[in-house]
Every structure is written in structure tokens, then in C-alpha cells.
Design a protein around this ligand. Structure first.
Ligand code: GLU
Length: 450
């Protein structure tokens, strides 16, 4: 490995020992860009890597709110403005009780390269809180969102930093956050947030975009392998918004999701989640209980396996982990490799531990695609939402969908081309890292040292 790359990884390991997820993502990205650094000694001279692993700035703030019983609670809030080289900071907000600084930083770092890959002018950012939405009433969620925005509003703006949703933050939360921003600022700057409702500047196809984009990317991979999506069986994890989009688009294209999971276990529906009734039930189940998916098995008469994940199932063609980080460890990766399934398409942010990812990549019979490329359709449509807001126009669903399709094909091609350029064959993981990195590095280089 390039000595400078190695020294920066080493520096991050030592400096951020207490931030394991952040160290993990730095190791993953930087180890791929070694050949780029060999080819560009000027990047080393400008100390691009050391600058790149440090967020431009990061805010930590207190969020105090009152529950329905009149009791006060104090949560921690963060916003990380990781890299603004190619556009306003852009990335979601995650509300989940295990959120901490390491998780926000790993997501912000990933977001920087993901956003660069979309080809759209958006920098990388991420935020969130250790607020636990489970079991909270709508009023409590509203008061929390208002308190959160009261702390954040002075640091964001349509040309500064544009948050969106992530786990625990959907259309309802974005509505409360935007309402509070508008009240505090006294302006209708709806380009400050994306994932908005359709009545106040949201984009058609935004709720579906991450899942649809993942399936469009998958189609590009299949095309590359002279294969087709028709008849394919998908094993995914999760049953949130992203999983729902995958189920919907897969069904539309003649494929089907036959396995999905929740924190309580997994569902095996050999018929597939491919009817309108089943797909709508996913949305309902998620809204009512984000922790349990078992009720699907009762309702549709299929199998539920408690406390397990679907990794290792042989009666599928494609794996798509779509739940959360480090969902697939070495033990699961060994089962996946042994199953003989060819396609491993990451969807959630960093769903695979580094050792498991490298193991899967080394399997001759497998094709592995990385989440920062596969799930980029969500943030890409967010950028399209920003364009619509600044034009004060609303594009049709067909127009947004066609652009999304084109963006996903572009991401796949750029990743494959970048890998080929450095003699790495069809390595989509290295290719995505290289393509995203080159854009950010070159922009930083041209903008000078500061
Ligand atoms: N949270 C999503 C992501 O991980 C979407 C971010 C956005 O739309 O800004 O990319």
C-alpha cells in the first residue's frame, strides 16, 4: 500500500480509537485509493488525505423536550459538515438511541463520496440524535423535532447545509423540522431540507428513490453479466422505507423479494412480497412497529424465524442487506459465500464489516457492489428536489424517475470505468471509492489549502 495512505490510516486509528465505525469507513475507503495516490503525488504534497479525514466542522448540541406527562428529557444532537468541496453539505439526520459521534462521522465520510458519485453538486454531511423514536407519541416527536431544529437552524440553509431523513426521520419528522425552521427564520426557504411533503416542495419519487435506485443499479450489474432481473428472488434485510422501495420496483420488473427481516427475526415468503396488498402492509407494519415484522407471517401465512437473519439462504439469487451498519459479519459472510449465490449488493450504509466485505470480494463466483453507489439514488433525488425548489417548479414523476435511472446507470459506469482504469477488473467496491474520491480530491486540490 502507498506509504502516505498507510500513514493516514494509522493516524486515524490512533487519533480516533474511540470511534470504531469512523475508523472502519476510513480504512475501507482509503485502502481503495492507494493507486490513485501513487498516480497523483501532488495530492500527497497538498496533504489531501489528512485534510479529507477531518470534518470541516461538527456541531454537538443539547436538545431538551417535554413528554406527554410533562416530564423533561435531554438528548444529544449532532451535525457533521464533513466536506463542502463540491456543493452545500448534504445528508440525512438519524434519530436512533444508539447514535453517537462515531456513527455520525462514519455516515458523513461515506456521504461525501456517495454524493460525489451522483455527479450532482452536493457536499457531504450527516446529523442526528440519540433520541429513541420507539414508543413516542406524534406530539412528543413533534416537540422533539422542534427542539432539534431550534438548536440547528442557524447552521444550515439552502446554500449551506441541507439535511434530509435517515433512520427514524421520515416525511412526518421532516415536516415538523421544516415548520420550525420556517417559524424561526420567517422565510419560505424550503430548499433547506429534502424529503419534504408534496404540499410544500417535496419531490415526487423521493420516498421510493433509494429502493428504486438500488434496483436500477442492480439491473446495470445484471446487464454487465448478460443476465436479467426477470424471475430473480431477492433476500434483503430490513423492512423500512428502502426495503419497501426495493420490493415495489422488484415486483414491477418481474422479480420478487422472498426474504426480509426485522430486529425480531426474518420472514420467508416464497411467493414473494409482490402484491399491492403485501407491499402496502410493509408500510403499515413499519409505521406501527419498527421493531417487529413477525405479524407479516401471520397475516400472509408464511414462515417467521425469530432472532435470525436470512443470510445463507440458498433459494435466492441476490442478497441485498438493507437494514443497518455491520449487519453482515464474517460468520454471515461465510454462510453467504457457501450458499453459492452470485450477487451481493449492499444497500444500507456500511452493512458489512471490513473483514466480511473483503472476504466476499475475494470469492471468485461472486459480484459485490458497495452501498455508497447502490443507495445513492436517495440523495440524488434529494438533489433533484433542491433543483425543483430553486426553480420553484415541480417535475413530473416520470421526469424524476428517468433522471434517477440515468444517474444510477452513470454511477455504475463510472465505478466500473474507474476500476478498469487502475487494472482492477470489475471491482465495483474499489471503483466507487476511486471515482468518488477523485472528484473530491481534485476539487480540494484546485481550491487550494485552507
Ligand atoms: N440518508 C440518506 C442517505 O444516506 C439520504 C440523504 C439525503 O437525501 O440527503 O444518503
Amino acid at each position: 500500500m502507498n506509504a502516505y495512505v498507510e500513514s493516514v490510516i494509522d493516524y486515524v486509528r490512533k487519533t480516533y480509537e474511540s470511534q470504531p465505525e469512523f475508523v472502519q469507513t476510513v480504512e475501507e475507503v482509503l485502502s481503495s485509493v492507494s493507486p490513485v495516490m501513487d498516480a497523483h503525488p501532488e495530492y500527497e504534497k497538498a496533504d489531501i488525505l489528512k485534510r479529507m479525514v477531518e470534518p470541516e466542522r461538527m456541531f454537538t448540541f443539547r436538545v431538551c423536550w417535554m413528554d406527554d406527562k410533562g416530564e423533561y428529557h435531554t438528548n444529544r444532537g449532532w451535525r457533521c459538515q464533513f466536506n463542502g468541496t463540491i456543493g452545500p453539505y448534504k445528508g440525512g439526520l438519524r434519530f436512533q438511541k444508539n447514535v453517537n459521534e462515531s456513527i455520525i462521522k462514519f455516515l458523513g465520510f461515506e456521504q461525501t463520496f456517495k454524493n460525489a458519485l451522483t455527479g450532482l453538486p452536493i457536499g457531504g454531511g450527516k446529523g442526528g440524535s440519540d433520541f429513541d423514536p420507539a414508543g413516542k407519541s406524534a406530539d412528543e416527536v413533534m416537540r422533539f423535532c422542534q427542539a432539534y431544529m431550534s438548536a440547528l437552524y442557524r447552521y444550515i440553509g439552502p446554500d449551506v447545509d441541507v439535511p434530509a431523513g435517515d433512520m427514524g426521520v421520515g416525511g412526518r419528522e421532516i415536516g415538523y423540522l421544516y415548520g420550525q425552521y420556517r417559524r424561526l427564520k420567517g422565510t419560505f426557504e424550503n430548499g433547506v431540507l429534502t424529503g419534504k411533503g408534496l404540499t410544500y416542495g417535496g419531490s415526487l419519487i423521493r420516498p421510493e428513490a433509494t429502493g428504486y435506485g438500488a434496483v436500477y443499479y442492480l439491473q446495470e450489474v445484471l446487464k454487465h453479466e448478460n443476465d436479467t432481473i426477470v424471475g430473480k428472488r431477492l433476500a434483503i434485510s430490513g423492512y423500512g422505507n428502502v426495503a419497501w422501495g426495493i420490493m415495489k420496483k422488484a415486483a414491477e420488473l418481474g422479480a420478487k423479494v422472498t426474504y426480509f427481516s426485522g430486529p425480531d427475526g426474518y420472514i420467508h415468503d416464497p411467493e414473494g412480497v409482490d402484491t399491492e396488498e403485501k407491499i402496502n402492509y410493509i408500510l403499515k407494519m413499519r409505521a406501527e412497529d419498527p421493531m417487529h415484522c413477525a405479524s407479516y407471517a401471520e397475516k400472509f401465512g408464511c414462515e417467521f424465524v425469530p432472532n435470525a437473519k436470512p443470510w445463507g439462504a440458498k433459494d435466492v439469487d441476490i442478497y441485498m442487506p438493507s437494514a443497518m451498519q455491520n449487519d453482515v459479519n464474517m460468520e454471515s459472510a461465510e454462510k453467504i459465500a457457501a450458499s453459492g449465490v452470485k450477487y451481493y449488493i449492499e444497500v444500507a450504509n456500511m452493512p458489512t464489516t471490513n473483514d466480511a466485505l473483503n472476504y466476499l470480494r475475494s470469492q471468485k463466483h461472486m459480484i459485490v457492489a458497495p452501498s455508497k453507489a447502490v443507495n445513492a439514488g436517495g440523495v440524488a433525488v434529494s438533489a433533484l428536489e433542491m433543483s425543483q425548489n430553486s426553480e420553484r417548479l415541480v417535475w413530473t414523476a416520470e421526469e424524476v424517475d428517468a433522471r434517477l435511472k440515468g444517474i444510477m446507470a452513470g454511477i455504475h459506469k463510472e465505478s466500473a470505468d474507474a476500476a478498469a482504469e487502475y487494472g482492477l477488473g470489475y471491482d465495483l467496491v474499489a471503483g466507487a471509492n476511486i471515482a468518488g474520491f477523485k472528484k473530491v480530491a481534485q476539487g480540494m486540490y484546485e481550491q487550494g489549502v485552507f
